[in-house]
Design a protein around this ligand. Structure first.
Ligand code: 26A
Length: 344
């Protein structure tokens, strides 16, 4: 029982439904985006629940990645932290994590319901509208409880969902400082354009602890904009992120940017030599007719990548595991993986 990987994020239940452009427009949503809901979006949840064609599946970006990483890793490899309500929704999430083999260490809230995300699918796009509810009330003292901190101390690798930047920066810094002090790996996902756009300072501080930063092309573009970079070139943006200050100067930083069906870009900045190592790694394309939906594709990529990195694979192989797992996940409904387990 070693549990090398500890992940932190917002546990959510996904209420997924196929819809159309008119419905998204009615609520001012973009086809491919992730937002936190405002009052005007609240009817969406009732409307999705009442839809006979809805799917209710375990979600939460980092939780999906945790299940994904455990899919490829030996038993008892992944621990997940987040905050939920004491309700049937959290029971469902616990069940999904148990099935995937993820050890779940939730903080339970008395006064709030488990968070939910309306995953509105149009073609190969997904619009995610989230009501964090209990997930918004995670506090760092939950990590510090001796029975939980034990897992932090045992871990070798941390993964933070960027979405959690809106919830508990102090929990992220606590894990980041621990990783820096003990020379462990610390990874962070940018998660959505609104994170670099509206949480720039928290993001910069979180990145200072990270030796792996993961994102996609729209998140990289939002990062470039919020940091005043005069480039839209993904490799240049990745170089900038890779070179930002590091708390743990013993580890170089690698930035991994996915780009749909275009090759994944990785940039590692070697601080000692001042050189950048740039790689382009092809994706595992899937015939369009075999795609069920892309909800959770990025999380599956992150999960496979983490599994590879935790196992000590080369960066190329770890990225390939990410591509492989993303390809499996987009053939399932929602952020899910096929069972019985397939071998990489
Ligand atoms: C704070 N927000 C907006 C969120 C999320 C989120 N996970 C954490 N925090 N908004 C959407 N998701 C999750 O992203 C997955 C797809 O990548 C959804 O629950 C969905 O499973």
């Amino acid at each position: 029982m070693s549990f090398p990987l500890v992940a932190l994020g917002n546990p959510l239940l996904d209420l997924q439904v196929d819809t159309d452009a008119a419905y998204l427009e009615k609520y001012g949503l973009k086809a491919n985006d992730a937002i936190l809901v405002e009052e005007k979006h609240m009817p969406i949840f009732k409307e999705v629940v009442e839809n006979p064609n809805k799917h209710i599946v375990a979600g939460g970006a980092a939780q999906n990645a945790a299940r994904g990483a455990q899919y490829l890793l030996p038993e008892n490899s992944v621990v997940y932290f987040g905050s939920v309500g004491k309700d049937k929704y959290s029971e469902l999430l616990l069940e999904a994590n148990a099935k995937a083999g993820v050890k779940t260490l939730y903080q339970f809230q008395d006064k709030y319901e488990t968070g939910k995300c309306a995953a509105l699918i149009t073609g190969h796009n997904r619009s995610l509208a989230t009501d964090l509810a209990a997930a918004n009330h995670f506090t760092p003292d939950h990590l510090q409880k001796p029975e939980n901190w034990e897992y932090v101390e045992k871990a070798k690798f941390f993964y933070i969902g960027g979405f959690h930047l809106t919830v508990s920066p102090d929990a992220i810094y606590l894990l980041g400082q621990h990783a820096a002090d003990t020379n462990k790996d610390f990874s962070l996902n940018l998660s959505a354009p609104f994170i670099p756009e509206f949480f720039k300072d928290v993001l910069d501080k979180s990145i200072s602890f990270a030796n792996y930063v993961i994102g996609n092309e729209t998140e990289a573009a939002a990062y470039a904009k919020s940091h005043g970079l005069e480039t839209e070139d993904l490799t240049e943006i990745a170089k900038y992120i890779a070179k930002e200050p590091r708390v743990n100067e013993k580890k170089n930083r690698t930035v991994i940017i996915t780009h749909g069906l275009e090759p994944t870009i990785t940039v590692t900045y070697d601080a000692a030599s001042g050189n950048f190592d740039v790689k382009e790694i092809p994706v595992h394309a899937l015939a369009s007719e075999n795609i069920k939906d892309t909800n959770g594709a990025g999380d599956a990529f992150a999960g496979g990548l983490l599994a590879g990195l935790v196992s000590g694979d080369s960066l190329e192989k770890a990225v390939d595991k990410g591509q492989w797992l993303a390809k499996l996940s987009i053939q399932e409904v929602g952020p899910s993986f096929p069972y019985p387990r397939q071998a990489y």
